[in-house]
Design a binder for this molecule. Structure first.
Ligand SMILES: Cc1ncc(COP(=O)(O)O)c(C=O)c1O
Length: 424
């Protein structure tokens, strides 16, 4: 049975308001924003992100890091830092954006399963919060860099506990088939800790786990903590980082714990289990996903066989998640958000790829027409940061909205941008 109900407004950013003739986020009308800035367009509720960052900093205290892989631009790096968070970066590029945004190196957590000599040297010489060691090669590389520079570096050892969590296999990172971290079950993890402690220029700070992303069950996180408890108790580190990974609601039927519920459960469990370390986390998706919607313009509505394809001016290049993970999204019509959605549509992009589907079984009011602005909510994480130029499309613009103002924080790419590396 087709669900004709209007979009669940609780999926929209916190400051969203909907009435029979429109939808606003941060006091900015979405159709007007689309007309002013063009589409596809990411619209972020900056107040919601600030509230989330502040809450994370308050709950965990200094050192808790926003995982920038979820969404990074200079403005969000600055906002997370201003709200009291450190930033988790996993490449030289993420590191660079954070530094250009004005984030001090001492607030950066450097990840990566294949860090280059250059990345390590920059981190060591600039004095990062800590570097997270991922393999014995990584230890060698960091030891060599600290000797070359004659400078010590704070480090964590990333442990792979070898546990299964409920998520897509591409977003599970703490099981026995994962490329990340030192396996616990082989004895590599305690061996890595010993090696680090024996390295005079490596300043051992603690242990790290991150078992996956888009995990909804708090029990999964508790089991992951349990699986490393013996090591944590034996090593008695200064900090124990439990990673990120909390799932968020993308669809009406999804059920996700709040960030506070997730954090409280983990902190309480660590305390009850005798963990003396300061427990920290690295949330990404839960900070930014629900703060944004994407706006598209409808270019074609064509019934072909049993399906009606509603084609928009973006697609897999601005949101690869449906194609990568089979992820589901809602779609709604901002000019008429309260009307029944009685038309079944498959929302597709404009790429030359049959997998270029944004919403497989979407519903929209039957008044939807060519030229309309349609929107997919909960697109603030792993959308823009995974965007590509496939088919030589320009990547979208990003606006932040708050208190009735829309400010452009990332402009739309131009054709000249697309050619800037092409030397002919
Ligand atoms: C090491 C690490 N920390 C934190 C995160 C953030 O995860 P999420 O965005 O699911 O909170 C990731 C992403 O997978 C990660 O790899």
């Amino acid at each position: 049975m087709m669900d004709r109900s209007p979009v669940d407004l609780s999926l929209l950013p916190r400051t969203a308001r909907a009435w029979s003739g429109g939808t606003a986020v941060g006091g900015v009308d979405l159709v007007a924003a689309a007309r002013e800035f063009g589409t596809p367009l990411f619209v972020y509720d900056s107040v919601q992100m600030a509230e989330n960052f502040t809450e994370a900093a308050e709950i965990f205290g200094p050192g808790v890091a926003y995982a920038t892989k979820a969404f990074l631009c200079k403005a969000v790096a600055r906002l997370a830092y201003d709200c009291g968070m450190s930033l988790d970066v996993s490449t030289a590029g993420e590191y660079h954006v954070a530094r250009v945004a004005g984030v001090p190196a001492g607030k950066l957590v450097v990840h990566g399963n294949n860090k280059s000599d250059g990345e390590v040297e920059r981190a060591v010489s600039e004095g990062v919060q800590w570097l997270v060691l991922d393999s014995f090669d990584d230890i060698d590389r960091v030891r060599a860099a600290t000797s070359r520079l004659g400078k010590s570096c704070p480090v964590l050892v990333r442990v792979n506990p070898g546990v299964e969590v409920h998520t897509h296999r591409f977003t599970a990172t703490g099981n026995r088939n994962s490329k990340f971290g030192f396996p616990l079950w082989t004895g590599d993890a305690p061996a890595a800790v010993e090696l680090v402690k024996d390295s005079p220029l490596l300043d051992f700070k603690g242990l790290h786990i991150h078992v996956g992303s888009l995990v909804f069950a708090i029990d999964n996180f508790i089991s992951a903590v349990d699986s490393v408890l013996d090591l944590v108790r034996a090593v008695d580190p200064e900090v124990f980082v439990v990673g990120g990974g909390l799932g968020v609601r993308y669809l009406r039927e999804d059920d996700a714990p709040s960030f506070r519920e997730w954090a409280d459960a983990i902190l309480q469990h660590c305390k009850n289990s005798g963990v003396r370390a300061r427990v920290l986390a690295e949330p990404g998706r839960s900070m930014v996903a629900a703060a944004a919607v994407t706006l598209y313009t409808v270019g074609s509505i064509a019934t072909k066989g049993a399906r009606t394809y509603l084609a928009v001016d973006g697609g897999m290049s601005d949101n690869p998640r449906p194609l990568l993970y089979g992820s589901g999204y809602e779609v709604f019509l901002p000019r008429s958000p309260l009307a029944p959605r009685d038309k079944l549509v498959t929302v597709v992009g404009r790429h030359c790829e049959s997998g270029d589907t944004l919403v497989e079984h979407g519903t929209l009011p039957s008044s939807v027409a060519i030229g309309d602005v349609v929107s997919t909510p909960v697109t603030g994480a792993y959308g823009y940061c995974m965007a590509s130029n496939y088919n030589v499309l320009t990547r979208p613009a990003i606006v932040w909205v708050a208190d009735g103002d829309a400010s452009l924080v990332v402009r739309r790419e131009t054709f000249d941008d697309l050619l800037r590396c092409d030397l002919g």
